[in-house]
Each structure stands twice: as structure tokens, then as C-alpha cells.
Design a protein around this ligand. Structure first.
Ligand SMILES: Cc1cc2nc3c(=O)[nH]c(=O)nc-3n(C[C@H](O)[C@H](O)[C@H](O)COP(=O)(O)OP(=O)(O)OC[C@H]3O[C@@H](n4cnc5c(N)ncnc54)[C@H](O)[C@@H]3O)c2cc1C
Length: 400
């Protein structure tokens, strides 16, 4: 077979210039000798998504979460402003939307997760108005605060889908902020708060779940487990949920509806040979290397790594990916190993936060010498002020 000529070739090609792609590139930029690296990233903006919880809660302006992509790409790294459409791992190449064929010695794939608004009947195009809001996109995050502030009673429904999502705690963090706000500034009429979660438990780690259940009790929230949102009638203000075990559907009227949409790996990943059966980028859970192609690595939200999908997890994956990419370029054995570390700063009210940190085995991996399952103001301040600095100045610069 005659292979097609590449338009350009790089030692390392990174797909996705988000939290993971930039963090890996920043580490590779410090290596000696420094490999020739390119990032394919279509967007000219990057967002610190973890702060969207506090944007939705009226604590932070959304503009503070945005930076120009150009300012984050490490100096000396090539930015290809395009999107990858096809992977050709047998030919060590990818093809972009503009038709460019890019060759590589090592490929790092980190295009993040896809929000599937269209998977809920009647939802697409309705989020951000008429009482339907969501913290899950920059375009709609302001609508959450407007809806919370303007709520004058009735039923406030918060959803958590049955699919894997980024930041498993975020669907309920905004609910606790709303509940706390309504306690301090009560709506005119009577109200209820209903949490419909497509899981059998409120949180995977019992140590932290206990504290969340206390918050649920404090705010008088009704939790309905195994309930997956399948349809929304925006005009009639009703939502349809399907019970994951019985398949039974129920209709829930709402006055305010905060939606966390179903998510999946991006379509171009699902359709590629790099995907596992569930559509995620296949990767060894410790080395992050693809099981079939030795020169392909995956990390971040699009990967199959069986941990909770967070930026905090990416912070620990990036140095492992960078070390193993460099070892592959040298033809040396892989030394980097990721243990599944992830963290979820569980906001449970204004000035209250449970700092969850755990690994693949759901064993605690706490940073501070305190009981982190206790709701604390200090941890809230860490989330609001310290973690954004750690992200922009540490993680994205390859320093933390
Ligand atoms: C509301 C909310 C709250 C959150 N809270 C927290 C929290 O408290 N703590 C925490 O640690 N994490 C939190 N997260 C999760 C965190 O933001 C993500 O886990 C993290 O950004 C994942 O990094 P990533 O690089 O995999 O994806 P992203 O940072 O999303 O980047 C993916 C990049 O790939 C690009 N891309 C997509 N398709 C293509 C293509 N075809 N070709 C090339 N590039 C492509 C995209 O444009 C994007 O720039 C939260 C997220 C949300 C939405």
C-alpha cells in the first residue's frame, strides 16, 4: 500500500488544547532535548470550567473564567487552529476538518467530553430561558443565576444524568447553592427542591456521601435515585424521567429546571479505531497508553480511565502522559504511572465545602491534615481563590 504524503509532521501531536492538552504541552516544552510539538485546537478561547459552579451561584463573573487560547499555548509549540476529524493510527497520521494530513511520532489525544443536549427530547435550544438553566456551558451558565435569583416558589428540579459526566459533583453543588440562597432570601411562595439522579447513590465514596446527605436533610431536598431525564416540555413546564431499573416513566412539573445533559466521548472519537466498546479513548489505566498502538496516549475527559472526570484528575495525569511520551520518543520503558487520583470540591452552600479526594480504589487521597469530609469555609476559599491560581499558573504552565 502506498501511504499518502503528510502535509506536516511533528514528533508529538496533541489533539485538544484544553486542560489536558495544554498541561501536557507545557511539560513537554520543559524537556531536554525538547521535542517538536503541535496542538490541534479549534477554539480561540479556553475556560476554567470548575468556577462555573460559582458563576451559576452568583459568586463570580463568568468572564473571569475565560482566557485567550493563544496565551496558553507554550512558546515554541505550534498551534494548528483546526479540528481533527479522522485518526489513521496505522499510518501515524490524523486528518483535520480542513483536509490537512498531520503526521506524528507520538500522538496524545485529549479532546474532552461531548454534551448531548439533543439526547433529551425537547431540550435542545431551550436551555437558558423560560426557567431552564445549566451550569454546563459558558453560553448558559449566567441563566442559572438569573433563574435562582428570580425563583419565586414552586418546584425547583435539578438533574444528574445516567451517563458518565465531567465533575460528578457539579449537578448537586449548584443545587446546594440555590437552596442556601433561598434560605437566606426566601421566595414569595412555598417551594420544593427535587434532585433526580441517574445513580443509586448520591456520591461514589461513602465517606463524603454521608456529609452530602446531611446537606440534603438540612435543606429539605427530595432525592429521587435512578431517575434519568428523557424529555422536557418547555411550554408545559414538565419533565419526564425514566427509572433506570423498572423503565417506568414519571412526569415532574417544574418552575425551575437545572439540567446536567447526558455526555459521551466526542463523535469523531467514537467513530475511530482508538475507541473502546463504550466509545471512550482506550488507554491503560496506569500508563495512559493505547492497548493497540504503542505511540498513542489518551487522557482527560474523553479517555476510558475509570476515575471521576475532573480537572484535578488531569493535573495528575498530565505529568504521567508527558513522561511516557518522552520515554516512547527515546525508545525507553515507560516509567510514569497514574493511580486514578481525582478531586471534587463539593460546594454545599455559600462558604461551605467538602473537599473530596480519592483514587481508583475509592481510597482517600486527602491533601490537608484535617477531616476533609467536614463542610468547611476554608475549603470553600481554597476552591474560590487558590485552585484557579493553581490551574492558570501551575497546571497549565507545567509546574503543578
Ligand atoms: C460545571 C462544571 C464544574 C466543574 N467543576 C470541576 C471542579 O470543581 N474540579 C475539577 O477538577 N473539575 C471540574 N470540572 C471538570 C473539568 O473542567 C474537566 O474535567 C477538564 O476541563 C477536562 O479537561 P480536558 O482537557 O479533558 O477537556 P477540556 O478542558 O474540555 O478541553 C478539551 C479541548 O478539546 C478541544 N477539542 C474538541 N474537539 C476537538 C477536535 N475534534 N480536534 C481538536 N480539538 C478538539 C476543545 O475545543 C477543548 O478545548 C467541571 C466542569 C464543569 C462543566
Amino acid at each position: 500500500m502506498i501511504q499518502k504524503q503528510n502535509d506536516r509532521r511533528f514528533q508529538v501531536l496533541i489533539v485538544g488544547g484544553g486542560a489536558a492538552g495544554i498541561s501536557v504541552a507545557a511539560r513537554l516544552a520543559k524537556a531536554s532535548p525538547r521535542p517538536d510539538v503541535a496542538i490541534v485546537e479549534p477554539s480561540d478561547k479556553h475556560y476554567y470550567q470548575p468556577l462555573w459552579t460559582l458563576v451559576g451561584g452568583g459568586e463570580v463573573r463568568k468572564e473571569t473564567t475565560e482566557r485567550a487560547e493563544a496565551d496558553l499555548i507554550p512558546r515554541g509549540t505550534t498551534w494548528i487552529r483546526d479540528r481533527v476529524e479522522t485518526f489513521l493510527p496505522d499510518e501515524n497520521a490524523v486528518v483535520t476538518a480542513s483536509g490537512e494530513r498531520l503526521g506524528y511520532d507520538v500522538l496524545v489525544v485529549a479532546p474532552g467530553i461531548q454534551l448531548n443536549w439533543g439526547a433529551v427530547a425537547g431540550l435542545e435550544g431551550r436551555v437558558g430561558r423560560g426557567g431552564i438553566c445549566s451550569n454546563y456551558s459558558y453560553a448558559t451558565v449566567d441563566s442559572t443565576w438569573e433563574a435562582i435569583r428570580g425563583f419565586q416558589g414552586g418546584t425547583a428540579v435539578f438533574t444528574h444524568p445516567a451517563t458518565p459526566i465531567k465533575c460528578g459533583g457539579a449537578p448537586q453543588k449548584i443545587m446546594y447553592l440555590a437552596a442556601d440562597y433561598w434560605r437566606r432570601s426566601p421566595p414569595r411562595e412555598a417551594y420544593r427542591i427535587v434532585f433526580c439522579i441517574g445513580m443509586a447513590k448520591i456520591f461514589s465514596v461513602d465517606h463524603y456521601a454521608r456529609s452530602l446527605l446531611k446537606a440534603v436533610e438540612r435543606y429539605g431536598i427530595e432525592v429521587r435515585y435512578q431517575q434519568d431525564l428523557v424529555a422536557v416540555d418547555a411550554d408545559a413546564r414538565t419533565a419526564t424521567f425514566r427509572h433506570l431499573e423498572t423503565g417506568e416513566t414519571t412526569e415532574q412539573p417544574w418552575t425551575l429546571l437545572h439540567v446536567t445533559p447526558p455526555m459521551s466521548a466526542p463523535e469523531f472519537v467514537r467513530a475511530s479505531p482508538l475507541a473502546n466498546e463504550a466509545g471512550w479513548l482506550d488507554a491503560d489505566k496506569h500508563t495512559l497508553r493505547h492497548p493497540r498502538w504503542d505511540n498513542v496516549f489518551a487522557l482527560g475527559d474523553a479517555s476510558s480511565l475509570p476515575t471521576s472526570k475532573t480537572g484535578a484528575a488531569v493535573r495528575k495525569q498530565a505529568p504521567v502522559a508527558a513522561a511516557n511520551v518522552l520515554a516512547t520518543l527515546r525508545g525507553a520503558p515507560l516509567t510514569g504511572s497514574y493511580d486514578g487520583y481525582t478531586s471534587c470540591p463539593l460546594v454545599t452552600g455559600y462558604g461551605r465545602l467538602v473537599m473530596a479526594e480519592f483514587d481508583y480504589d475509592l481510597a482517600l487521597r486527602e491533601t490537608f491534615p484535617i477531616d476533609q469530609s467536614v463542610e468547611r469555609r476554608s475549603m470553600y476559599l481554597v476552591k474560590k481563590h487558590l485552585l484557579p491560581q493553581l490551574y492558570w499558573r501551575g497546571m497549565l504552565k507545567g509546574r503543578a
